[in-house]
Design a protein around this ligand. Structure first.
Ligand code: SAM
Length: 404
């Protein structure tokens, strides 16, 4: 990506990256350009409204948007092997690119796929009217520390409704949408959620911790009108959707591939199929995806303990897993295609995972184009909303860019 070397990245990309401050890092026998700047700005509610589903360690839609717009054209295949809530997949679909998404946790598909098939508000309202709340249903585990008994019967009724629709082969896009929104609204820190006050929705605490929170705050769960909450959140998600987009998303959605594999083995993806991968892997053991998602998994009948989510205690262990991921990425990437691999600042910036990533990509056969550091200064609002991921008053994303 140096100015004087032949490059396949387009001029828009070159212009924004080269006008930034540049230095070089020396790793092993090579030297790589490192670009620091504000390549994109991730303000609250600036991405498309359909993205507004909370997920632990998700990236802002502006990040995949920057790479998709710069390094692909409509019709190209864009992939994310650690898809999470599906930020890359949705942004790619909004930009008319083909989509492949993978995440070892099946919850990822439940949260991502329905947003490629957004129903209308009236379809959602009508369907909610068809869900009847049974009075005598009970959860198989005690969740009384989170939910009022009446809210609990509504939650179990949805669970039974989805299971019935699925086993009768009647589940459709509207059901899947309602399931996604209900999953998203289970627990949170405001009256917009089904639960009493707890941690934000992407982080479910254990029942024992919730009992402690209730005692400390002298609170107990009050009734929440789940249908009203689902409709309200649906209205927010659908806010920006135009008829044209609805059609485009559906068209892309019909051919989109959602996998639930370990990112190291994605046999369903053919060789040389992908133009661009934009992804963010689990960073060592920083986020506990299994425990953060236990309640969402319970609601969807997923045994969260049976999912092999990667957590690595040491950098060496992490490198060995990611080396296999890069070999797989090399197999599926087209010649001339790219991988944008985002890692955060781990252990308060003491571990620079980006510098560990460079040799992993090279060993797999990729050429390292450089490291992009997107540094966005905090605004007061961003601070309040907890956008920051380090302690320096900036929101930093570190992305290593490779080309095949
Ligand atoms: C940092 S998050 C990705 C967030 C995503 N960029 C987004 O915007 O939502 C990492 C994801 O990797 C998934 N994951 C962990 N180990 C995995 C593995 N071995 N293979 C595939 N996915 C894995 C986790 O379930 C989690 O959703």
């Amino acid at each position: 990506m140096a100015k004087d070397s032949p490059t396949q990245v387009d001029s828009k990309f070159n212009n924004s990256v080269f006008s930034s401050s540049k230095d070089a890092i020396i790793l092993g026998s090579g030297s790589f350009p490192k670009f620091t700047g504000e390549f994109w700005t991730s303000r609250q509610r600036q991405g498309h409204s359909l993205h507004e589903i909370a997920y632990r360690a998700c990236f802002k839609p502006q990040l995949p948007k920057f790479f998709i717009e710069s390094l692909t054209k409509p019709g190209d295949v864009v992939y994310d092997p650690f898809s999470g809530r599906g930020t890359t997949a949705l942004e790619a679909a909004l930009l008319d690119r083909h989509v492949i998404a993978n995440d070892v946790n099946p919850l990822s598909v439940i949260l991502s796929r329905p947003r490629l098939f957004p129903p209308t508000l009236s379809e959602i309202e009508e369907r909610l009217g068809e869900v009847s709340f049974e009075k005598k249903v009970h959860a198989d585990i005690d969740l009384s520390m989170f939910f009022h008994p009446k809210t609990m019967t509504e939650i179990v009724s949805y669970k039974n409704y989805f299971a019935n629709r699925f086993s009768n082969h009647r589940e459709d896009d509207v059901d899947r949408w309602i399931r996604m929104v209900a999953t998203n609204r289970l627990t949170g820190h405001s009256s917009g959620f089904f639960s009493v006050y707890t941690l934000p929705p992407n982080q479910a605490v254990t029942p024992a911790d919730q009992i402690r929170i209730n005692a400390k705050r002298k609170q107990k769960p009050d009734y929440r009108d789940t249908k009203k909450i689902i409709l309200k959140k649906s209205r927010i998600l659908l806010r920006d959707v135009t008829e044209e987009q609805r059609e485009q998303l559906r068209r892309i959605g019909k051919n989109a591939v959602f996998l639930t594999n370990d990112a190291r083995r994605t046999d369903a993806i053919p060789d040389n199929a992908v133009q661009l991968t934009v992804t963010s892997p689990p960073f060592l053991d920083v986020v506990q995806y299994a425990s953060d998602n236990w309640l969402r998994c319970w609601f969807n009948g997923i045994n969260s303990e049976s999912i092999c989510i990667t957590t690595a205690r040491s950098v060496e262990e992490w490198e060995s897993i990611m080396q296999d991921v890069f070999r797989e990425l090399y197999r599926i990437t087209k010649s001339g295609g790219y991988v944008a691999f985002e890692v955060g600042e781990v252990r308060n910036g003491k571990i620079r995972l980006d510098e560990h990533v460079v040799p992993l990509g090279q060993n797999a056969g990729f050429k390292c184009e450089g490291i992009l550091i997107n540094e966005q200064q905090f605004t007061k609002t961003a601070n309040i909303w907890g956008v920051g991921n380090n302690q320096k008053g900036t929101n930093t994303n570190r992305i290593v860019l490779f080309c095949k």
